[in-house]
Design a protein around this ligand. Sequence first.
Ligand SMILES: *[C@@H]1O[C@H](CO)[C@@H](O)[C@H](O)[C@H]1NC(C)=O
Ligand SMILES: *[C@@H]1O[C@H](CO)[C@@H](O)[C@H](O)[C@H]1NC(C)=O
Ligand SMILES: *[C@@H]1O[C@H](CO)[C@@H](O)[C@H](O)[C@H]1NC(C)=O
Ligand SMILES: *[C@@H]1O[C@H](CO)[C@@H](O)[C@H](O)[C@H]1NC(C)=O
Ligand SMILES: *[C@@H]1O[C@H](CO)[C@@H](O)[C@H](O)[C@H]1NC(C)=O
Ligand SMILES: *[C@@H]1O[C@H](CO)[C@@H](O)[C@H](O)[C@H]1NC(C)=O
Length: 827
Amino acid sequence: MFKSLILIILFFKFCTSLDTLTTNQSIKDGQSLISKHNYFALGFFSPGNSSYKYLGIWYVKMTPQTVVWVANRNHPIIDSSGVLSINQYGDLVLHDSNNRLLWSTNVSVQDQVTTSSVAQLLDSGNLVLVQDNNENVWQSFDYPTDTQLPNMKLGLNLKTGIHMFLTSWKSKDDPGTGNYSYKINRNGSPQVFLYNGSTPYWRYTFSPGNNVFTVTSLPGRKVFFAYNQDEISTYYSDDDPSIMTRVVLDNSGLLQNLMWNDGVHQWKELWPKPGNQCDKYRRCGSYGKCKPDNECMCLPGYEPKSPRDWYLRDGSKGCVRKNSGLSMCKNGEGFVKLERLKLPDASIDAALIGTIMSSSECEQACLTNCSCTAFTSMNIYGMGTNCFAWYGELMDIVEYADEGGSDLNVRVDAIELAKYIRKSKGSLSKQRKLAIALVSIVVPMFLVSLLAYIWLAKKKKTKVKRKVHNQSLNFASTKVSFKGHELEDSSTHPDLPIFDLSCIVAATENFSPTNKLGQGGFGSVFKGQLSNGQHIAVKRLSKSSRQGTGEFKNEVMLIAKLQHKNLVKLLGCCIQEDETMLIYEYMPNKSLDSIIFDHTRASFLNWKKRFEIILGIARGILYLHQDSRLKIIHRDLKASNVLLDAKMNPKISDFGLARIFKEDQTQDKTTRVVGTYGYMSPEYVVYGQFSTKSDVFSFGVILLEIVSGKKNCDSYQEHPSQNLIGHVWELWREDRALDIVDSSIKESYVSDEVLRCIQVGLLCVQEEVVDRPTMFAVNLMLSSETTLPSPKNPAFIFKRPSKKLDLVTGGASCSINEVTITKFEAR
Ligand SMILES: *[C@@H]1O[C@H](CO)[C@@H](O)[C@H](O)[C@H]1NC(C)=O
Ligand SMILES: *[C@@H]1O[C@H](CO)[C@@H](O)[C@H](O)[C@H]1NC(C)=O
Ligand SMILES: *[C@@H]1O[C@H](CO)[C@@H](O)[C@H](O)[C@H]1NC(C)=O
Ligand SMILES: *[C@@H]1O[C@H](CO)[C@@H](O)[C@H](O)[C@H]1NC(C)=O
Ligand SMILES: *[C@@H]1O[C@H](CO)[C@@H](O)[C@H](O)[C@H]1NC(C)=O
Ligand SMILES: *[C@@H]1O[C@H](CO)[C@@H](O)[C@H](O)[C@H]1NC(C)=O
């Protein structure tokens, strides 16, 4: 009686899990094949909410079930159950209960009966099929799905022709072949790419010629790379085999490196790829590099192809050579060395020149071939030096922040070479001084800022959410109330309200002159009222921009997404019959200049209100510079571009126009429109260079104007010390700064606050770009009690900007993140 019970239990156990599967055995639903030490199981499962069944491999000990391989990913078992067996030819075959063949290893010669064939699941997660001669005839590692396990190769087996690569699942419920793949590209020097369909979007590069890499961020992890007649492949392994790790390409296209944390029973994500902006393939185009702060910068000797997009933080068009007239062939050119880089894409026009070459031989080899654009020379431990060269465009270069990466020597012409030699000689001691000064100031400040920033960011997040919600509500209500003037159906841009021309004509009484609010360089502004009673301001753009309609809509949509309480809200646009118009919320109190410079109205704004306005403008600019989705440099900040709502809250306007207009258009008008004398920083006036620091300069001027009620008139060009900045600076140095305060706020002001504001204002208008604080620092200085640095010379004081353009700094060097520092010489 007992014996038979034990037998039944043994039989049951035998039935549910097998160690090996041999001819005449099978695995059905509920049964599984288990690896020796109980790491992995092979059996039937249903992913997510799916009711379909699949044959797969998963970790035995982990819940929820983590599947690492699927056999019949595109042929699920529907409304039936599955049977896995070995057929008479020795192949693993999967049938459903209606005896339909769903999957097969399909390796055997069909008319040759195999006497013994054994399938076994190894502790590595590899399912292997062994036939008579004791050879692996088939293994699941050769047919990966979305997961790479330790010691599992991805790449090309040149002997069998098998290409092993990862492809994502369609969704969490469907392991079918999805659109993302991670595979080796063997062109040039082999690299691994993440593809979306057939479009690459991330590149993993090996140092050419090297074949073992350690991963600094994960001790014990090694990545191996093989490139020989038999294979081009890569795999990874971990020193500690008891740690469970896997690499999975998930159904959203993210390549995840995961490690099992036994303590919390969860997969821990080590580093997802693509992980940051710089990871995006070709983000900075040709000859551009992506820096640790995610900004693009041109390689030495190159300049942005489209400076405008570049300023607006879109580097994808890349860079072109600076002195393109100059021959780059045996004309005195040389190399500039860049460090810590992800090397350029080596899949086109790149090649290993040779090994065991010295670095100077490598340089010579590149120099003598006129199409060679860059080279790298790597010392491989114990194997001499590899010399690798690129012959075409240099693409997808990333600079790493601290460690890792390789050196790249970029070919530059003689002029550029001279400049770099000069730079590396001259700037050392200066740099060190600056570094020391920065560390002593920045570190304590950084800690404070970080805390403040985290707090602000949290606060902002909830705010933005609420705003977006409001916006969609507004839009909904607008749509309902238009009735006769229906909004155009904008199915392609669901967020962008597009107004009908007839609706705008009615709202502005056919652009009646009595409704005209003002005239700017970009066109005229009219007041209007929609049929639902809402007041609007309509900016009628003077000539239809040369952009296509679709492009214009896209731009407007981006700007419409900029939501901040200190920015004027864009309600929508209208593009019809040659007319291009932007519709904004209406600001009843007009612009700041119409109040502070007007003796009768100046008293509307007491000190408290003015201080709030200063803070509001600062927050608005900060949002444009760093917090919004686009990074925008306003370039025309001035009192008349700060509008006041019914409660006298400041709102910056015109912040997106620079983006909407094409480069050539704005360049025509640079002096007249985009910049306004009195608000423009010296480097912008003289060299046309602008950066966030030129906005900081303009903000400083506005701040001093708000405190003093006086215009920083443009007469300073003739009388440098008579402008507002010069006047404030003189009073500041004589300790009489409060003398500048507007007489209409004499009763209401708080002297500490006013002095702090004046000091911040003077810091913002300092002559040297590096001395000016960022908007982030400005916000911090205005809203806290931190000790402020002493301002240095403001711009345009006692010195005149030299109009002579220095060839080296040249007007064209306009990278946004590396503002060229120009010293103005007294004439
Ligand atoms: C499998 O079954 C067939 C017939 O049922 C038998 O002839 C053969 O010997 C079996 N093979 C093994 C390995 O048990
Ligand atoms: C399964 O369905 C439930 C409810 O329908 C849903 O909440 C859940 O997200 C689904 N899970 C997956 C993996 O799709
Ligand atoms: C098995 O492979 C042969 C050729 O190698 C192919 O013609 C056949 O369609 C395959 N069968 C299955 C079920 O995949
Ligand atoms: C894959 O791409 C095609 C075409 O781009 C698309 O129709 C399909 O929905 C995509 N599939 C998934 C799972 O995203
Ligand atoms: C893949 O391409 C599709 C369009 O083809 C796009 O919608 C999707 O966001 C892309 N996915 C990634 C991860 O870039
Ligand atoms: C320069 O190198 C490229 C790529 O290896 C080669 O095709 C070309 O012939 C070389 N040119 C000269 C002048 O050696």
